[in-house]
Design a protein around this ligand. Structure first.
Ligand code: SF4
Length: 69
């Protein structure tokens, strides 16, 4: 998962739905990631944060499965 701190407007929606994963800078409110990877149990809340973010600053990279040749 990555967040675009330049795009973030500090709305705080992500930190409100997943405070163990997202935090905000006390200086300017810009999002800060608390984890580098998302476990399966947290995925629904991260997807909710992604949906609620007003500026689409959260990107969830999904593993891509490639079929064997
Ligand atoms: S929901 Fe989006 S705009 Fe709001 S703090 Fe989180 S990343 Fe920033």
């Amino acid at each position: 998962m990555v967040v675009d701190q330049d795009r973030c407007c500090g709305s705080g929606m992500c930190a409100s739905v997943a405070p163990d994963i997202f935090d905000q800078s006390p200086r300017d409110g810009v999002v800060q990631l608390l984890v580098s990877q998302v476990d399966a149990g947290s995925l629904p809340r991260v997807e909710e944060a992604l949906r609620l973010c007003p500026v689409a600053a959260i990107e969830l990279a999904r593993p891509v499965s490639v079929p064997p040749r």
